[in-house]
Design a protein around this ligand. Structure first.
Ligand code: GLN
Length: 452
């Protein structure tokens, strides 16, 4: 309990937790102590993990980083958190995040932003841990949680992992159940682990994934033994290097790290091949039509009637209550997404935006399908920059551009991972990004192991 209190004091400075649950972590630790003397030790017995505040946790605050759910304690548990618990893990608490997972810097949280444990050399200015799983990234990076859950709709596991020098994997869409995860964009949302090493990620993912009849898009396939299958020998594997990911304005050191990454994979036995993902430049606009469209629909449920916040207006009717609740409960970025989403779904613009974006999404998927006929994995940088300073990016479009390398794999539903690659000129971490073919997390993990 004492070391826990010490650890949370460190966490407080980062604003990583929105709710701490030491009693749950201690309970799991005690159960592990008892199990040690018997044969009932489980894969994660006693391991304390942080939980992104997007996972419903029974009787424990689940706010999704929003004022709208500021007092929401679900009467049920998400499948992923239940799976981790069943594997023996304890929960340290709920980790801060961008509101409803919309953001790339953790500056849209209703609970105030998370601060990265990293600083630029010679500066004390606060740095973003990335987003939206910024609390998870900061806690793991600061070594106050050995692992944490994240969710990734368009990079929210991979970009914060890259910004904080840790490892995070988004599995194939459908591997982890979405049941009990507060929905952002349902056709893209996927849970995954964030941890210090590839091995830890493999162990966590094995205990998070699995078929769940409660999620209609859950994949009905056995969970592979990823940890047992780990090997950094990549002989016979081809690594695709997509030429469309060389984009103007990417700092030279990021391109240099990418080249270095190719060499590391070559040293491990892989053969590099140049590939083309033709529609890459349309991925970002496609994502920023589809994700807000789905979000506007998913967030319609927050009307003051069923969940969380309710703001009433003296003498007003039902519509006044909706309006007051939604005006008060949602932050600016969420409102922006709802407006974009309702616009692209409106009768007059549906075909011009939503239908077209769906079509482009199919083309992006096809690009990957063709590319994987020529290679077994794809290597790119995770993000076009290292972590930026808090308050430094105020233009929403500039913020969206940060997701440029992460969103194509999300649109295609493919497994993708960020592993630490090195440091930039200011001493901040940079990540390398591995994309795998559908259901082939193993190759991604193995290549990550070769790099780490
Ligand atoms: N940064 C992206 C966005 O704001 C991705 C978020 C996510 O993956 N949850 O939508």
């Amino acid at each position: 309990a004492e070391s826990f209190n010490e650890a949370v004091a460190g966490a407080d400075a980062l604003n990583a937790y929105v709710e701490k649950t030491p009693e749950l972590a201690i309970e799991a630790a005690k159960a592990a102590d008892e199990a040690r003397s018997s044969v009932s030790l489980k894969p994660l017995s006693g391991i304390p993990l942080g939980m992104k505040d997007l996972f419903a946790t029974e009787g424990v605050l689940t706010s999704a980083g929003s004022k709208m759910l500021g007092n929401f304690k679900p009467p049920y548990e998400s499948t992923v958190s239940a799976n981790l618990k069943a594997a023996g893990a304890g929960m340290l608490g709920k980790l801060n995040m961008d509101e409803f997972a919309m953001g790339s810097s953790n500056e849209t949280c209703a609970h105030g932003n998370v601060i990265s444990p990293w600083r630029r050399e010679g500066s004390n200015a606060g740095i973003t841990p990335g987003g939206s799983s910024g609390g998870s990234a900061a806690a793991v990076s600061a070594r106050i949680a050995p692992g944490a859950t994240g969710t990734d709709t368009g990079g929210s596991i991979r970009q914060p992992a890259a910004f904080t020098g840790i490892t995070g994997i988004k599995p194939t869409y459908g591997r982890c159940s979405r049941w009990g995860i507060v929905a952002f964009a349902s056709s893209l949302d996927q849970a995954g682990p964030m941890a210090r090493t590839v091995r830890d990620c493999a162990i966590m993912l094995e205990n998070m994934a699995g078929f769940d009849p409660k999620d209609s898009t859950s994949i009905d396939a056995p969970v592979p033994q990823w940890e047992a299958g780990l090997s950094s020998d990549l002989k016979g594997k081809r690594v695709g290097v997509p030429k469309e990911y060389r984009i103007d304005g990417t700092p030279a050191e990021i391109d240099a790290l990418w080249d270095q990454g190719v060499e590391w994979l070559r040293d491990a036995g892989a053969e590099p091949v140049e590939i083309s993902l033709q529609h890459t430049k349309y991925a970002l606009p496609t994502y920023y039509i589809l994700a807000p469209a789905e979000a506007s629909s998913n967030l319609a449920r927050y009307d003051g009637v069923r969940y969380g916040l309710r703001e009433t207006v003296e003498g007003g009717g039902l519509h006044d209550m909706y309006k007051a609740t939604r005006s008060e409960g949602f932050g600016d970025e969420v409102k922006r997404r709802i407006m974009i989403g309702t616009y692209v779904l409106s009768a007059g613009f549906y075909d011009a935006y939503f239908t077209k974006a769906q079509r482009v999404r199919a083309l992006i998927k096809q690009d990957f399908r063709k590319a994987f006929e020529r290679c077994d994995m794809i290597l790119t940088p995770t993000a076009p920059s290292a972590a930026f300073g808090l308050g430094e990016k105020t233009d929403p479009l500039a913020m969206y551009l940060n997701d440029v390398f992460a969103v194509p794999a999300s649109l295609a539903g493919l497994p993708a991972m960020s592993v630490p690659g090195g440091l930039d000129k200011d001493g901040l971490p940079l990540g390398l990004h591995l994309i795998g073919n559908e259901m082939d997390e193993q190759t991604v993990l193995n290549a990550g192991l070769a790099i780490e």
